[in-house]
Design a protein around this ligand. Sequence first.
Ligand code: GRG
Length: 300
Amino acid sequence: MTITPTQFHDLMLRRRSEIENALDQALPTADTPPPQLHEAMRHSVQAGGKRLRPTLVLAAHELFPSPRNPMPAAVAVECIHSYSLVHDDLPAMDDSTLRRGQPTCHVAYDEATAILVGDALLTLAFQILADSYHDEPTLSVALSRVLSKAAGSAQLIGGQMDDLLAENDPDPDPDLLASIHSRKTAALIIASLEMGALMGERGNDEEFIALTRNMGLSLGQAFQAIDDVLDATALSDQLGKSADQDGPGGKCTLVTYHGLEEAKRIAAQRTEEAKEACRKLGGDHGFLLQLIEWLGSRDH
Ligand code: GRG
């Protein structure tokens, strides 16, 4: 079913608000002992953000919807994403002071608290999956498997490690750069789509799941290319995070490696590939298709 831009905009707002309500319910209240930790968790998760990954979980479930509730899985993915941002901003990593338009967690609180916030969000994600899908143990295990693999040392964490090791490399390897992007950025995007698809009516169809993951890889690559372009061209105010973090720090990006125009071309090409893959999925893909298009033209 195709949807108009106005319908897409309204749906995005509605879903975002539903996701934020669910996050609010899932996070321990700020006065839960120790309050400093729980306030800081809320500071980091509730600062805003596009809520892309949870939106992808919901959109993939909607392709072939089932009576299952995809929201807890969507919340679990956002917990992992938020933890990775808190840790990425730490002085030992990207050393950033602004995130989602707010002071980063270690600036608003302190480094030890920010480390513990990341630990707590990572743990909470799997508690949510275990609690919310315990009536369907096979599904619960499948969701935990997909998310733990994407967040683990071979994917998200390994991509971050190689990203740090590659900093200031005078002769960066383009294959390593692509591999870092597919692990650091695309893995969680792929997992979000796969988790949504697993909960839908075609969750047991291996070919469908493989197609969904394939679309996620193109979307993840497009997302990273646009992130690199925005980092090089946008202002911190617009991004809500410290801009031009990559250039001066000596980090290799698609822009520093290929130049701005080629990075833009890669972003557009990957976006087209993701749209093509989305159409092949069939089902009710109208919202997902517009979401991919919107991400291709995002300015923050
Ligand atoms: C610390 C294990 C660990 C991993 C960190 C998140 C991350 C990996 C690195 C952040 C650096 C970066 C710019 C990655 C590129 C893509 C990315 C994850 C951007 C941030 O995601 P958005 O734009 O953020 O969806 P919001 O705030 O909108 O949720």
